[in-house]
Design a protein around this ligand. Sequence first.
Ligand SMILES: CC(C)(COP(=O)(O)OP(=O)(O)OC[C@H]1O[C@@H](n2cnc3c(N)ncnc32)[C@H](O)[C@@H]1OP(=O)(O)O)[C@@H](O)C(=O)NCCC(=O)NCCS
Length: 184
Amino acid sequence: MMKLLGTRELETKRLLLRRFVLEDAEDMYYNWASDPEVTKYLTWPTHSSCEITKMLLREWISKYKDEDYFNWAIEYKETGKVIGNISVVKFNEAILSADMGYCMSRSLWGNGIMPEALTEVIDYLLNEVGLNRVAACHAVENPKSGRVMEKAGMKMDGILRQAGKNNQGICDEVWYSIIKSDKR
Ligand SMILES: CC(C)(COP(=O)(O)OP(=O)(O)OC[C@H]1O[C@@H](n2cnc3c(N)ncnc32)[C@H](O)[C@@H]1OP(=O)(O)O)[C@@H](O)C(=O)NCCC(=O)NCCS
């Protein structure tokens, strides 16, 4: 049975996954939203000012009242700073399936942080919310995101040719998923 629990706080060894607050705007802007290397393969434009980040955060925060809205700030416990985000970018209630998106500060890439966050969020969505499937895709040119999916226990479904568009233009999408009956 599905229980739409919304963005509940989750914790891992190094991370606190929590709701964004407006005061996170500066960290979000400086740590990742203003970095063109972070947004290179993403669908949204690099933020040109912290005001834009603030506007977006206002919108996100207003959605937390919706129980089918899942969008976490990734707080690095060691520094207390918000270093990235992980969210459900598309929710399909009819088939109990969620597509994930995530990004984080370049200064911390390569430490297994996003796999740690994604693993926790997958557990939450499958075991607490009661979804059957969690999926994600990355541009063929961005294989490091595929490594995140693999480390979180997802398996490759296949490639959808020229099916997406990011800041580099039209791209081939590599899709991954995990379903409840998969052994982890
Ligand atoms: C993709 C991303 C979330 C990975 O997060 P992470 O916490 O660095 O993940 P990992 O530490 O597990 O590293 C994943 C892969 O990134 C690559 N990588 C590691 N350190 C790196 C560095 N300093 N610079 C560039 N790439 C690096 C490696 O290929 C690594 O795989 P490996 O462990 O098999 O060597 C992060 O790079 C990011 O935010 N990228 C920009 C946004 C983005 O692409 N989001 C996903 C869109 S689908």
